[in-house]
Design a binder for this molecule. Structure first.
Ligand SMILES: *Cc1c(COP(=O)(O)O)cnc(C)c1O
Length: 385
């Protein structure tokens, strides 16, 4: 028996090498990777520029404490500020830690303003924000909370509609936290209008809009950040997954007035913002900032969506709905999603399951048309099986 915790339902399949959108299994099989480590491998596998940056940094310096200045982190933070709404950045090693920082930043901001009673953050049904004690409370998924003692207080959980959110706002509310596109619960895209309404609601009540772009951000939808589609700016944002391209890295971004509340002593992380992670993060951002990169994601996203619509027309009894934006796509299927995922694996296509019996497609952002065609071919075979 494996010496690992048995908390994952693992497929009996392991890989030893990756190249672009392809993974090679230990037994020599070639797989088309439309899972990308759940939206992590934004540049696919073994991107030369990123590998090079990692090699170079690994021969210079791996780790120093955050009691010293870290130029690689300073540089990446400034670049994130330059391309977003934000003025300040805190680096983490994971998504959940980025959300933890977002929650602490929002609470501390109101504490500093003399309103310590404003600590509640409204979260939405279907949300996923991570697996720490704080983020399972924020996510509100009973299945993830059961058996872990009292749920951390301060996360009213409501339906994802404006009236329900309005009704939940009180003099204890610090902000509203949401994923502009919910990944885990089945690729639920909130409309631009809804996001604009939320922004207006937050402004009207003087509370903070916090976005979790850990999965939908960093180019995945064809814009750098998903909030841009709505023409709004949040107050705080959590990033991870794509930002490190496979190296553990996350970030919490905030407007200056808000981030400034996190003074010395309020927060910290031993590894957060270490030279290795930030050198890789800078290299990933070099690639995503290349002229035409996001336009390519947009084009491929539209092609993927069109291809999935074709598939749905061909298999109307099997594919019930097509969802998503850019290269964050999903299909709601009739057969149990785990059955279909296993069939897809048999046809050497990797995808990810999600709630609501949805198969998620999160290919590397460098995916090409012929890769999508090939994936659809394998989908057809799996659906016909
Ligand atoms: C993956 C994910 C998280 C948690 O990130 P970890 O790195 O696993 O802690 C949080 N929110 C969203 C939307 C995610 O997709």
């Amino acid at each position: 028996m494996s010496a690992l915790y048995q908390n994952y339902k693992r497929a009996d399949l392991s890989f030893e090498r990756g190249e672009g959108v392809r993974l090679f299994s230990s037994d020599g099989g070639e797989y088309l990777d439309f899972a990308a480590g759940i939206a992590v491998n934004a540049l696919g596998h073994s991107d030369a520029h990123v590998v090079n940056a990692l090699k170079e940094q690994s021969e210079k310096l791996w780790h120093v404490s955050n009691v010293f200045s870290i130029p690689e982190a300073e540089k990446l933070a400034q670049r994130l500020v330059d391309i977003s709404f934000a003025d300040m950045v805190f680096f983490t090693n994971s998504g959940a830690e980025a959300i933890e920082c977002a929650i602490k930043t929002a609470r501390r901001y109101f504490y500093d303003k003399g309103q310590p009673e404003r600590y509640e953050i409204i979260t939405l049904e279907g949300a996923f924000h991570g697996r720490t004690l704080g983020t399972i409370a924020a996510g509100g998924n009973e299945g993830y909370l059961t058996g872990f003692g009292p749920k951390a207080e301060g996360f009213p959980h409501v339906a994802g509609d404006l009236e329900a959110i309005k009704a939940a706002i009180s003099d204890k509310t610090a902000g509203i936290l949401l994923e502009p596109i919910q990944g885990e619960s089945g690729i639920n895209v909130f409309s631009n209008e809804f996001l604009r309404d939320l922004r207006a609601l937050c402004d009207a009540h003087g509370i903070l809009l916090i976005v979790d772009e850990i999965q939908c951000g960093y180019g995945r939808t064809g814009k750098m950040f998903a909030y841009e589609w709505a023409g709004i700016a949040p107050d705080i944002m959590a990033l991870a997954k794509g930002i490190g391209g496979g190296f553990p890295l996350g970030a919490c971004l905030a407007k200056e007035e808000i981030g400034a509340s996190m003074v010395p002593g309020t927060h910290g992380s031993t590894y957060g913002g270490n030279p290795m992670a930030c050198a890789v993060g800078n290299a990933v951002l070099d690639r995503i900032s290349e002229v035409g990169f996001l336009a390519h994601v947009d084009e491929m996203g539209q092609y993927l969506s069109w291809s999935l619509q074709q598939l749905a027309q061909k298999f109307p009894d099997e594919v019930l709905e097509v969802r998503g934006k850019g290269l964050m796509a999903g299909i709601k299927v009739k057969q149990p999603v785990s059955d279909l995922l296993a069939k897809l694996r048999d046809h050497h296509l990797l995808a990810v399951g999600a709630g609501d019996n949805v198969v998620r497609f999160l290919p590397p952002l460098i995916v090409e048309k012929q890769d999508i065609d090939e994936a659809m071919n394998r989908m057809e075979k799996a659906l016909s099986a």
